[in-house]
Design a protein. Structure first.
Length: 133
């Protein structure tokens, strides 16, 4: 985990500038934590179950899956995948798809707990649907 050096008192702009020092994985993790903090402020009396669900919802795809997936996807676009690399890409795609499906399940469960639609919950949490286009 990298350390960010900042002044003792930060404006919102300074805080934003400080986050630009994070690498992509750390920034994604920070955004998930920030999203959880935002949700907790919106609903300051979260139940234990809601807290657990929000933590699961905000888990990102592990870097050890995401980085090779992106690399193999780029190779596929170039047309330079070997048979074994293609099999690995399929395995990684299945795992990532499974993680996304689990996340949707947690979102549905939280929406049911709060008695709101999935779309409304995603809007409230600032979660955008995946775009596979």
């Amino acid at each position: 985990m990298s350390t960010i050096q900042v002044q003792a008192t930060l404006s919102r702009q300074e805080l934003l500038k400080a986050t630009q020092q994070l690498d992509i994985a750390e920034l994604k993790e920070f955004m998930a934590e920030l999203s959880t903090a935002y949700a907790q402020r919106q609903t300051p009396h979260l139940t234990k179950k809601e807290t657990e669900l929000l933590q699961k919802i905000n888990q990102s795809i592990p870097v050890m899956l995401w980085q090779p997936y992106k690399k193999l996807t780029a190779q596929r676009k170039e047309g330079s995948l070997t048979k074994s690399e293609h099999e690995e890409l399929l395995r990684l795609s299945d795992r990532i798809e499974h993680l996304h499906a689990e996340r949707i399940g947690y979102l549905v469960e939280l929406a049911q707990l709060r008695n709101v639609s999935l779309t409304d919950l995603m809007d409230e949490l600032g979660i955008q649907p995946l775009n596979h286009a």
